[in-house]
Design a binder for this molecule. Structure first.
Ligand code: UDP
Length: 327
């Protein structure tokens, strides 16, 4: 098949491209190289099996052309990372909502299956753990910029499902929980690459808040494997599906694991949220996915455990450090 991956030069997108190529598909990547980068696709772009177009998903005539040439569409292009979202709210909202609308319109025109990568952020401050796809979403106020991301992504979900309801466009909405692995940049505040780099450099590991907030980290290869299987699963159409890992760890516990696995003598430092993100920041205490729906649909079971994931990221960052690449 010819597959279009928007955001294919990003962290998750580039892993998805590698998998699609290994499955024998030809891949067209549309990416504006904003949070993604060319290095993520290094060695893959050959102008035949993988082609890269550098532009935004807000370019409607280009998107139309790309979708027309493709048999199905993975829509990953999106602003990512809490730090970027706080610092650039206009870009965040406009690119998320506008981009998805443009891609969906083209998919509807040519009847192309469409997979949206949404986010566990849409559960917001929900306290019922684990999070099931039909649970209520509990958002904070619009005065706290972080919530713009969750609301914009939730609107993307509504729009995607609306195309299913009104036009029977084959769509799948995936909600990705914290996804980590090699090639993830720490530039936008993500905790695992930050901690690993700090540990390898001997800098203090910066734990925000009291460190008792928890997350579940999934290896990007488990995640992209689920995405391709969901795209091929007729029963997944019109549904919202959590994808991630349900092994829970506190952020303080994560810092200790990273320290131990990397053999680092860095200290662990707690930093108030206001100092890390500025005034009026809201964090989620716990975030754990229910994976029952993904299991029922595609037999999904994450293979890589937290320690495997951390070892993988440590090895990757170690190689980068030895190669002298700038962080
Ligand atoms: N965090 C931290 N130190 C960092 C970066 C993040 O303690 O250097 C915390 C952050 O406040 C949150 C958790 O780690 O509680 C996960 O943050 P991340 O930005 O990776 O993802 P989120 O789950 O918040 O989207």
């Amino acid at each position: 098949m010819n597959v279009l991956v928007t955001g294919g030069a990003g962290f998750i997108g580039s892993h998805l491209c590698r998998l699609l190529l290994s499955q024998g598909h030809d891949v067209l990547v549309l990416d504006d190289l904003s949070t993604g980068c060319y290095e993520n696709l290094d060695g893959l772009e050959d102008g035949k099996r993988l082609r890269l177009i550098v532009d935004t998903v807000n370019n409607a005539s280009l998107v139309d052309d790309c979708v027309r040439q493709s048999d199905c569409v993975y829509h990953l292009a999106s602003a990512v990372g809490v730090r970027l979202i706080i610092e650039q709210p206009v870009r965040t909202i406009e690119s998320i909502v506008g981009g998805t609308e443009t891609v969906l319109k083209a998919c509807s025109r040519y009847r192309r299956p469409f997979l949206l990568t949404s986010t566990s952020e849409v559960y917001g401050k929900g306290s019922k753990v684990p999070f099931c796809e039909d649970d209520d979403c509990v958002m904070g106020p619009s005065s706290k910029r972080r919530w713009s991301y969750a609301c914009a992504k939730a609107l993307d979900e509504f729009l995607t499902l609306a195309y299913w309801v009104e036009m029977r466009l084959p769509v799948i909405v995936t909600r990705l929980f914290n996804t980590v692995g090699p090639r993830q940049t720490g530039q936008y505040g993500m905790v695992v690459p930050n901690f690993v780099r700090q540990a390898l450099r001997g800098d203090p590991l910066t734990v925000y808040g009291d460190g008792q907030q928890s997350r579940c980290f999934a290896h990007v290869e488990d995640v992209v494997g689920a995405l391709t299987r969901l795209m091929e699963c007729p029963a997944a159409r019109g549904k919202v599906i959590n994808v991630g890992n349900n092994e829970e760890v506190t952020i303080m516990g994560l810092a200790e694991r990273v320290k131990q696995l990397s053999g680092s003598s860095s200290e662990i430092q707690t930093i108030p949220y206001e100092e890390a993100y500025g005034e009026g920041f809201d964090d989620m205490r716990r975030r754990v996915p229910s994976l029952e729906r993904a299991k029922a649909l595609i037999g999904y079971q994450p293979v890589r455990r937290l320690d495997d994931i951390l070892r993988d990221v440590i090895a990757w960052e170690q190689r980068k450090l030895e190669a002298g690449s700038a962080f």
